[in-house]
Design a protein around this ligand. Structure first.
Ligand SMILES: Cc1cc2nc3c(=O)[nH]c(=O)nc-3n(C[C@H](O)[C@H](O)[C@H](O)COP(=O)(O)OP(=O)(O)OC[C@H]3O[C@@H](n4cnc5c(N)ncnc54)[C@H](O)[C@@H]3O)c2cc1C
Length: 344
């Protein structure tokens, strides 16, 4: 198995943070994962392409970067079945599907990152979440030293949530994701921007429109280092929402099936006076308040400090605690923004 020591992670995270790991493993097969499990490493972080990860200290923990590749496709009368290695790039998979007339993933085009990370936070965009197409997930469990299949229901998908972020955190690795895509295609065009498309549309038209919309709204991490939406949209009780709405009638809101109300974190940050806020090399993006950026040589700690400051300001103004979508990784493993903030 490929192993590197004292390895800079700068090229492996979209915030461009120069954290160094004492050791990084690149297991490329189940056999190599078994080999790795024999080492009984206690503290480690599983890294995909680092587009949802903030290394907030200069030293990172031991890194496991699974490198299992490959796409296989089967079909029956009604469905395509794809088994995809965790290290495949997500957008490349979307393009591969569209080229092979396997439709469904087009709304999720251009989301950075690996296929293995997609179920972890149940990636979503333009009215679609990936769980819609996930049949099951293959998980290598380090303690059991074997691959376990998690059915769709067992994955416990929610808004930016899954079992892989909760109970299974730090206990294994997703090796493959298995998709089931219906041959009868149902475009999802309800989202603002996509409703401009005039029928009849193809999945390729939708993908191109999604790419165009995303490129016009979000900074490209290759040009301006960032990790997309930094905070999750908060979901609040109907009572809190109704109090807030009296004060802020224009507040964007999305009623949920369970009676709660989802609010727009970007709007809350903007109304807290922080859109375009910059301190040194870190800032809140000028056009998109939900995106924090590293303008040049910010450290992970600088970004964590800004995130904590934003949390504080939004809490003061709206009495809402914003939770991060981005994963905070310190020297000893995962930490929360609040934990980091209380140490600052
Ligand atoms: C510009 C930009 C735009 C974005 N837009 C969106 C968007 O529209 N919607 C959205 O949902 N997200 C978005 N994101 C966030 C990001 O693209 C997703 O979270 C993506 O799935 C992260 O993939 P990654 O491989 O880079 O994950 P990483 O950052 O490397 O890891 C993320 C999490 O997944 C875990 N993980 C990674 N691989 C594995 C594996 N094989 N097994 C087990 N755990 C694993 C890690 O431990 C970590 O907890 C955006 C990010 C950027 C930079």
């Amino acid at each position: 198995m490929k192993i590197q020591h004292q390895f800079s992670l700068q090229a492996l995270n979209s915030f461009n943070i120069n954290a160094v790991t004492p050791k990084i493993f690149f297991p490329a097969s189940i056999n190599e994962l078994v080999e790795l499990s024999h080492l009984h490493i206690e503290q480690y972080y599983v890294l995909g392409e680092g587009s949802n990860t903030l290394f907030c200290q200069q030293t990172a923990p031991v890194i496991i970067k699974p490198s299992i590749k490959g796409i296989s496709v089967e079909q029956d009368e009604d469905y395509f079945y794809l088994s995809v290695g965790c290290a495949e790039n997500w957008h490349d998979l979307v393009e591969y599907c569209i080229e092979h007339e396997i439709d469904g993933l087009e709304n999720l085009a251009l989301i950075p990152g690996s296929v293995g990370a997609a179920p972890v936070q149940n990636i979503g965009a333009y009215g679609v979440e990936v769980e819609r197409f996930i049949d099951c997930v293959s998980w290598f469990d380090f303690a059991k030293q074997e691959v376990i299949e998690f059915s769709h229901n067992e994955c416990q998908f929610g808004y930016r949530e899954s079992i892989f972020k909760q109970q299974l955190k730090s206990s294994g690795v997703i090796t493959h994701v298995h998709f089931k895509l219906p041959k009868v295609w149902q475009p999802v065009l309800s989202y603002q921007g996509l409703n401009e498309l005039v029928p009849p549309v193809s999945a390729s038209d939708v993908m191109l429109k999604v790419i165009q919309l995303r490129q016009s709204k979000l900074p490209d991490p290759k040009e301006l280092a960032n990790a997309g939406s930094f905070f999750k949209n908060p979901v609040v009780s109907a009572t809190l929402f109704s109090d807030l709405q009296q004060q802020y009638p224009e507040m964007p809101h999305y009623p949920q099936k369970n009676g709660q109300v989802k609010l727009a974190a970007g709007w809350l940050i903007e109304k807290s006076g922080l859109k375009g806020y910059r301190i040194g090399d870190v800032g809140v993006h000028e056009k998109q308040a939900l995106v924090l950026v590293n303008y040049h040589k910010a450290s992970g700690q600088n970004i964590a400090e800004l995130a904590h400051y934003i949390q504080k300001r939004v809490k003061q103004k709206f009495n809402i605690l914003l939770n991060t979508e981005v994963r905070f990784i310190g020297e000893q493993g995962e930490v929360t923004c609040t934990e980091i903030g209380s140490q600052l």
